[in-house]
Ligand binder design. Structure first.
Ligand code: AMP
Ligand code: MG
Length: 347
């Protein structure tokens, strides 16, 4: 009798133990979900790990919605965006913008100072004159460039509360070097608010890796080979909860009379930045910082840019020259793995 009772007890304990173990497994087993969309003029993709594919997809849908929201507020070409309104009312009236737009404009203003003017959202008229990537792209005359350079002074941008005013009627704002980074950060925030602890957001090469991979190893992010036309990866870096953002002369450009004109403009000359660099990658905690800094450091050039990055806290960078030399800041150089043998790590 006692024996039988004991047998039942053992059976009961075993069954409940197995049930508990199974339930435990169910909780930690994560499903992968992927989503793609064309946003902010580029190819966007996300991957998340969630308790179910459905939950993961719902989170990504919300994140893409948030990106669209940012684009509708900050694009120069979207009818009625805050930035378009500011540009249309330049020299006339202030525009009351929302907190998102105000935040990005203020960040940009601060960075204009930090980067000694190499990053300037007041370049709108110059960017429009070149039209790189647009139907009207062309090499402007030197006279046109001289004229437009008179209208890029960021001091003409006045902010009063949420009211933004451009004092110079010939000036325009362009958030093309910062809005994508902000959109990535906001997409990541949305995913995290929806329970995602592992995944990534990639907006045309502006990448953020959320957490680590489900197996607890870091995400491995590739750095694109900056040689024009090449779609390969030339190096990789492990990251956890960080963004990896690249700027390069291979991204958007046109060729006229065998000369390559790209989209990162030097505010001093009014021409596409012409130095020994072909790309700059910045690793940081926020994609907005990486977006701005990769563009700014590209304009600064190798020596100045490397010193500048080295002095910033929690920011690392990888710079690639046209002759395939690779320079990395001290915090990342040991983690960087070159995969393409035609590149040489100098430091
Ligand atoms: P990115 O792709 O992040 O390097 O940013 C390039 C985009 O930023 C261009 O397409 C322009 O819209 C804008 N841009 C170009 N040159 C500059 C600059 N020197 N400062 C700020 N924005 C710039
Ligand atoms: Mg940028």
């Amino acid at each position: 009798m006692i024996n039988k009772k004991l047998k039942y007890l053992i059976l009961f304990v075993t069954v409940s133990l197995i049930t508990t173990l199974l339930a435990g497994c169910g909780e930690t087993k994560l499903e992968q979900a992927d989503m793609e969309d064309f946003v902010l003029g580029t190819f966007g993709s996300m991957r998340v790990f969630a308790s179910s594919t459905k939950k993961g997809e719902a989170a990504m849908e919300k994140a893409f919605e948030r990106i669209n929201e940012v684009e509708n507020k900050m694009s120069t070409s979207i009818e009625g965006s805050f930035i378009q309104q500011i540009n249309q009312l330049a020299g006339k009236e202030a525009v009351e913008v929302d907190d998102d737009t105000l935040f990005v404009i203020k960040e940009a203003l601060n960075y204009e100072d930090v980067t000694q003017g190499t990053f300037n959202i007041g370049l709108g008229s110059l960017i429009d004159l070149w039209g790189i990537g647009k139907e009207w792209q062309k090499v402007p005359t030197p006279e046109e460039i001289t004229e437009v350079l008179k209208h890029i002074d960021i001091n003409e941008l006045e902010i009063d509360g949420n009211n933004v005013f451009l004092g110079d009627k010939n000036m325009m704002l362009d958030l093309g070097g910062i809005a994508k980074g902000y959109a990535v950060d906001e997409a990541v925030k949305t995913l995290k608010e929806n329970g995602i602890e592992s995944g990534f957001v990639n907006l045309g090469g502006d990448i953020y890796a959320i957490g680590a991979k489900p197996d607890d190893t870091p995400w491995i992010i590739g750095i694109q080979n900056p040689v024009i036309g090449s779609k390969t990866v030339m190096a990789k870096i492990p990251v956890v909860n960080q963004s990896v953002v690249s700027s390069g002369d291979y991204e958007r450009y046109f060729i006229e009379d065998d000369v390559h004109y790209h989209h990162i403009l030097d505010p001093e000359t009014g021409y596409p930045t012409d130095n020994q660099l072909s790309s700059v990658t910045v690793i940081s905690e926020k994609a907005i910082d990486g977006d701005v800094l990769s563009t700014a450091v590209f304009v600064m050039g190798l020596e100045k840019g490397l010193l500048f990055l080295e002095e910033l806290e929690n920011i690392e960078g990888v710079m690639i020259t046209k002759d395939k030399q690779v320079f990395a800041t001290s915090g990342i150089v040991d983690k960087l793995e070159i995969m393409d043998n035609s590149y040489q790590l100098v430091r």
